[in-house]
Ligand binder design. Structure first.
Ligand SMILES: [Zn+2]
Length: 382
């Protein structure tokens, strides 16, 4: 399959780099820009796959590292992949495991060939190489496969970032050699993404992007990694501006692990197409609810007798039926229903935000829409 056929851009915004289009996959067509709920262990925490679908999710994300440790790739192979295992028949992206190794596992040995690490669960010893990352994602059968990358800590020196990006390029080349896009898995084609690294140093980011572009057309899309690790917001957006200038317009751009609703609006304006983030699901379980005027902490005592919905006009299962007072009660006693309803609201908020952005771009009104959204969300300073 010619990877250039993956993304079709329908509308480009006249006042920013925002673009609206679709990605055609064998498990369904995904409208861009879009947000992927995270199903780390083969489940979006607290929700069934049909609920995730009803909330508006088009594609979800799962984690190679976690599924490799539990329940293991042998079971994934028996099931014929992660889709059948978890009952999600739509498009699905798996990460390579790189980020989890570098953030969760105790690192034993990193070398040019791969990385040996100890499981964060029981200390058992494992080794990932670029080839193994591809082989595992072949077993998982994900629609989008990520190349293995090295993710140094956010406060690393330029020398560490440079070594990491060069290793990431070499690993991406090896992933591409291992990956065979012409051979469908479980009857569905897979597409390979490579990950741009380089921290917030424009010179290193450019080097990383140019080296990955030189790998050629076998790469279906580009992810931007190593951000949202504590860098200032200006550095994040400056990096995205550079990525928008360097990355080809006809392939999807995936901004990994970002971010707040305001971050997503600004990143879409800088030409980003795909997003994932733990914020909506994790914050929900902590009682933090997203609304158009900012986040609301439902644990606050002022909501104990508040009969209003979390967000007036929201079409989620929480806001349609229940009050802030009831959700606060459920969250305070850690009732599972409270976690489910809060998660549903936050995911619906994110997924509706993406749908609103797509509609605004299509209507040629993205600039006005995003100014209004940011003014309301961030208050007077926006
Ligand atoms: Zn709601």
């Amino acid at each position: 399959m010619d990877s250039h056929d993956l993304l079709t851009i329908e509308v480009e915004d006249a006042h920013s780099a925002a673009r609206q289009g679709h990605i055609k996959l064998s498990r369904g067509t995904v409208a861009t820009p879009f947000f992927m709920p995270i199903g780390t262990y083969g489940a979006v925490k607290t929700l069934a796959p049909w609920e995730v679908r009803e909330l508006g999710a088009q594609m979800i994300l799962s984690n190679t590292y976690h599924l490799y440790l539990r329940p293991g790739m042998d079971l994934m192979a028996q099931f014929g992949g992660v889709h059948k295992f978890m009952g999600w028949d739509g498009p699905l992206l798996t990460d390579s495991g790189g980020f989890q190794i570098f953030s969760l596992a105790s690192l034993r040995k990193l070398d040019d060939d791969g990385v040996t690490f100890r499981s964060h669960l029981n200390g058992s010893l494992h080794r990932f190489t670029p080839e193994k990352a591809i082989d595992m994602q072949r077993v998982l059968g994900s629609d989008f496969v990520m190349a293995l990358d090295e993710c140094p800590p956010g406060d690393s020196s330029a020398a560490v970032w440079q070594a990491a990006l060069e290793r990431t390029t070499n690993w991406a080349r090896r992933c591409l050699e291992r990956f065979d896009a012409t051979e469908p898995r479980y009857g569905h084609p897979q597409s390979l993404f490579c990950i741009v690294q380089g921290g917030t140093d424009p010179k290193l980011r450019r080097q990383s992007a140019e080296e990955l572009l030189a790998l050629g057309s076998g790469v279906s899309g580009y992810a931007i990694g190593g951000l949202a690790v504590g860098e200032p917001k200006e550095a994040l957006f400056a990096t995205l501006e550079l990525m928008n200038a360097l990355l080809p317009g006809d392939k999807p751009r995936y901004l990994m692990g970002v971010g707040t609703p305001a971050d997503l609006v600004r990143a879409v304006a800088l030409g980003m197409d795909m997003f994932d983030c733990v914020l909506p699901t994790r914050n929900a379980r902590n009682g933090q609810l997203f609304t158009p005027t900012g986040t609301l902490n439902i644990r606050n005592a002022r909501y104990r007798t508040d009969l209003e919905p979390v967000q007036a006009g929201c079409d989620c299962p929480l806001c349609l039926r229940f009050s802030r007072a009831y959700l606060r009660h459920l969250i305070m006693i850690r009732e599972v229903l409270g976690l489910r309803l809060a998660t549903a609201h936050n995911l619906r908020f994110y997924l509706r935000l993406m749908a609103d952005m797509r509609a605004a771009i299509q209507a040629g009104q993205f600039r006005d829409w995003s100014q209004d959204f940011l003014r309301q969300y961030e208050g007077e300073q926006a």
